[in-house]
Design a protein around this ligand. Structure first.
Ligand code: FMN
Length: 215
C-alpha cells in the first residue's frame, strides 16, 4: 500500500471509530438515563366497581406514568382470590406464606417495586376490605419491604364532602408509610363522588394524571 493510501485509510478509520464511538457513548448514556429513571410501579386498586371512581383515578395515574416511560403492574384486589392473613406466623414476617393464592402473583412485583400506589374507595371511613385483605398479606414479606425505600401514592374516593371524614384513611396511609419507610409522593383525596363514574366531571382525574406524569 502506498504511504498516501495508508494515511487516508488510517484517517478514515480513526474518524469512523470516533463517530461510532460517540454514537455508542450516546446510546449508553441514553440507556443509563432511561434505566435509572424508569420505575417499576405497582398499582393496587380496591374497588369491586370495575368502572368506579377509584379505578378511574388509577387509570389516569397509569396514563401519566406510562407517558413518562414507567412500567406498571396493576393488581385489582377485588377481582383476585386473596385470603385474609391467618396469623399463623409460619412466615415469621419474612418467608413463604402457607396460603397459596393470587397473592403469589403480586409478591415478586411488590418486592421489586420502586413505587406502590393505593387506589381505594372509602368504606365506613376506612379503605375497602378488598384492599385491606391484600395489605395484611404484606406480613409474609414484611422483612423484604419494610425499610426498603419505595415511593408511594394514595388515590381515595368518597361520597361525602366533609374533609374531616377523610382523616382516618389519611392517617392510616401515612402511618403505614412511616412504618414501612416509604416516601409518599402524592395523595389525591376525591370527595363528593358517589355513583360510579361521577368522578369524571371533577378535577380529580387530572390530579391523578399529573401525579403520574410528574414522576
Ligand atoms: C360499603 C360501602 C361503604 C361506604 N362508606 C362510605 C363512607 O363511610 N363515607 C362516604 O363518604 N362514602 C362511603 N361510601 C361511598 C363510596 O366511598 C363512594 O361511592 C366512592 O366514590 C366509591 O368508589 P368506587 O366507585 O371506586 O367504588 C361507601 C360505599 C359502600 C359501597
Amino acid at each position: 500500500m502506498k504511504r498516501r493510501d495508508f494515511l487516508r485509510k488510517s484517517l478514515l478509520a480513526a474518524t469512523g471509530s470516533m463517530i461510532l464511538g460517540g454514537g455508542i457513548m450516546k446510546a449508553v448514556e441514553n440507556l443509563n438515563t432511561k434505566n435509572s429513571s424508569r420505575m417499576k410501579i405497582v398499582v393496587l386498586t380496591g374497588s369491586p366497581r370495575r368502572n368506579g371512581n377509584s379505578a378511574y383515578l388509577a387509570e389516569q395515574f397509569i396514563k401519566g406514568a406510562q407517558e413518562k416511560g414507567h412500567e406498571i403492574y396493576r393488581f385489582d384486589c377485588a377481582f383476585k382470590q386473596v385470603e385474609p392473613c391467618r396469623a399463623c406466623n409460619r412466615c415469621g414476617m419474612d418467608g413463604p406464606c402457607v396460603i397459596k393464592d393470587d397473592f403469589n402473583e403480586l409478591r415478586p412485583h411488590l418486592i421489586a417495586a420502586d413505587m406502590v400506589v393505593f387506589a381505594t374507595p372509602m368504606y365506613y371511613f376506612g379503605i375497602s376490605a378488598q384492599m385491606k385483605r391484600v395489605i395484611d398479606r404484606f406480613y409474609a414479606i414484611n422483612g423484604q419491604i419494610k425499610g426498603h425505600y419505595k415511593k408511594a401514592a394514595y388515590l381515595m374516593t368518597y361520597a361525602d364532602t366533609a374533609k374531616k371524614e377523610a382523616e382516618p384513611m389519611l392517617l392510616h396511609y401515612r402511618t403505614l408509610m412511616e412504618y414501612l419507610g416509604w416516601e409518599s409522593v402524592g395523595e389525591v383525596v376525591a370527595s363528593g363522588v358517589w355513583t360510579a363514574g361521577s368522578i369524571r366531571n371533577t378535577r380529580y382525574p387530572e390530579q391523578a394524571y399529573q401525579l403520574g406524569k410528574s414522576l
